[in-house]
Design a protein around this ligand. Structure first.
Ligand SMILES: NC(=O)NC(NC(N)=O)C(=O)[O-]
Ligand SMILES: [Zn+2]
Ligand SMILES: [Zn+2]
Length: 431
């Protein structure tokens, strides 16, 4: 890829008011699928609300004239074929799944914005040189199954539908069963076509989900890299017993032990200093009754750092410290690491290009690291990938209170439109 430059920008800036109107409408339209009465959105992988959202999106893309198809795991694509289709594809998009009771913008923004940009470009400039596609990745969050990036992981070849991990949701349903029930992965013997070999670039537009842009008063976050992330589940086994007849000195209380462990990890993370973060976000106790000493507790740890070495040493120290705490209380501790994502640097050339666009179009911008994980980090393993942020009000995300103003959303889609033009239309955009 040669370095960008003004020549790759269309002379006229994208028509922001046109982009903005259809973008806002698309975001609110998508948020109806999986909406709850308190303003939250829940679309867990392969559930009804997820299926309805993908189906509605497929129909909308089809009506808009895109060529629409699903792959075997449920990633949904909309395609505009290029003048030279064999030369490859420029892909943009994000994920359709949400956390439980999440917001309207996480993932959905990148899809709504990608669709808006594609349709605008096609209307304004006609057929691109390279194929231009949008993807709605089937899963990114890992909210239903203990597995993240199942959608982009299949596209990049990290996972494959003929080797579905043997994992289960809270109701005991396996990932494979859930996939089959949603109508995917049903022809076990066919050659899978999930993995993409034709991608020239992947661009993801996303809300920041933090407060850097708001604090800096900037419109665009140019993401240089994404933190490494480990997720583990710990199980603490003590002894369930009568809450009235068991003296304090004779107890093996799994929850009292787990509580100490949570506090220990918070202090340990603080002692590492920023950007180390560690969170116990899910905890289940058994039998969970007022008059029974908890016999078993399982809890998760989500730990992140931009330096992979620091992250590993935090996790080793935490495991050793937790082991000591368990031993002191006569508890049995086991752990299972189910996510280990290395820190990833985004493509430097594309990142520089985003900065050039901001300079030329007068968007204020900040270079930054992402503390949240994204499909873009997985896609970067198979093609040059860029991640672009717009502000999140109050830095709030994974909550119904997620909010980004119409103007801020429009700035992002304008940058995306310019970037996609340069990549897919301008012959100088050849990578
Ligand atoms: N953008 C996200 O919210 N990503 C989340 N999900 C993954 N898979 O990282 C996260 O927890 O950071
Ligand atoms: Zn998220
Ligand atoms: Zn997201």
């Amino acid at each position: 890829m040669r370095h960008a430059g003004s020549s790759r920008l269309p002379e006229e800036a994208p028509d922001i008011s046109r982009l903005s109107d259809s973008l806002e409408e698309a975001i609110h339209w998508l948020s109806r699928y999986g909406a709850d009465s308190e303003g939250g959105v829940t679309r867990l992988l392969y559930t009804d609300s997820w299926q309805q959202a993908q189906a509605a999106l497929a129909e909308r893309m089809q009506q808009a004239g895109l060529e629409v198809y699903y792959d075997e795991v449920g990633n949904l694509y909309g395609r505009i074929e290029g003048a030279q289709p064999h030369l490859g594809t420029i892909l943009t998009g994000s994920h359709i799944d949400t956390v439980r009771h999440g917001g309207k913008y996480d993932g959905a923004y990148g899809i709504a914005a990608g669709l808006t940009a594609l349709l605008y470009l096609a209307q304004r400039y006609g057929k691109p040189r390279y194929n231009l596609e949008i993807v709605s990745f089937c899963e990114e969050e890992g909210s239903r199954f203990p597995l993240t990036y199942w959608g982009s992981g299949n596209v990049s070849g990290r996972y494959s539908p003929d080797r579905v991990p043997d994992i289960y949701d809270d109701a005991g349903l396996s990932l494979k069963e859930a996939m089959l029930a949603a109508g995917f992965c049903s022809q076990a013997s066919r050659a899978w076509t999930v993995r993409r070999e034709d991608l020239r670039a992947f661009i993801e537009l996303h809300i920041e989900q933090g407060a850097v842009l708001e604090r800096e008063g900037s419109s665009i976050g140019v993401v240089q890299g994404i933190v490494g992330q480990k997720r583990l589940t710990f199980e603490v086994i003590g002894e369930a017993n009568h809450a009235g007849t068991t003296p304090m000195a004779w107890r093996r209380d799994a929850l009292a032990g787990a509580a100490e462990m949570v506090g220990y990890m918070e202090k340990l993370a603080q002692s590492y200093g920023p950007p180390m973060v560690a969170t116990v976000g899910s905890l289940t106790l058994t039998p969970n009754l007022a008059n029974v000493i908890p016999g078993k507790v399982s809890f998760t740890l989500d730990a992140r750092h931009s330096d992979g070495g620091e992250l590993s040493s935090f996790c080793s120290e935490a495991a050793a410290g937790l082991g000591d705490l368990a031993a002191r209380r006569g508890l049995i501790l086991t752990s299972h690491e189910w996510m280990n994502a290395e820190p990833v640097m985004m493509d430097a050339e594309l990142t520089g290009w985003v900065e050039d666009i901001c300079t030329q179009r007068d968007w204020s911008r900040v270079r930054m690291f992402s503390g949240a994980g994204h499909d873009a980090q997985v896609m970067q393993s198979i093609c040059p990938a860029a991640l672009v942020f717009v502000p999140s009000r109050g830095g709030v995300s994974h909550s119904p209170d997620e909010y980004t103003s119409a103007e801020e959303l429009a700035a992002g889609v304008s940058v995306l439109t310019d970037l996609l033009y340069g990549l897919a239309y301008d012959k100088e955009g050849a990578l």
